[in-house]
Ligand binder design. Structure first.
Ligand SMILES: [Zn+2]
Length: 98
């Protein structure tokens, strides 16, 4: 139905209602799953990856892009990076200089 040149809200036909209800339920479940996973992810990135106790820095809090790869500051990021590479180097089985 056209209302002042635009199509109004869509109402499914009675025989289609079941399908649309199913789709709405599926979308609702997807939204819930996304919210749950986002909460879990935020819980994981609540404090600095370098465990200094500061909150993690984000580029933006709409899409939650991690700044400094899960750390609070560039200093913490470099410290964490150094620690990780050190660990990776030490874990190498055939280290020429043990
Ligand atoms: Zn930190």
């Amino acid at each position: 139905m056209k209302v002042s040149g635009r199509y109004g809200t869509f109402t499914p036909k009675p025989h289609q209602a079941g399908y649309y209800a199913k789709r709405a339920q599926r979308q609702q479940q997807q939204r819930q799953a996304q919210a749950t996973s986002l909460r879990a992810w935020l819980e994981q990135h609540k404090s600095c990856a370098n465990s200094c106790g500061q909150p993690v820095a984000f580029y933006d809090t709409i899409n939650y892009a991690l700044r400094y790869s899960g750390c609070c500051s560039p200093e913490c990021e470099s410290v964490l990076e150094a620690r990780l590479t050190e660990k990776a180097f030490a874990a190498k089985p055939n280290n020429p200089n043990p």
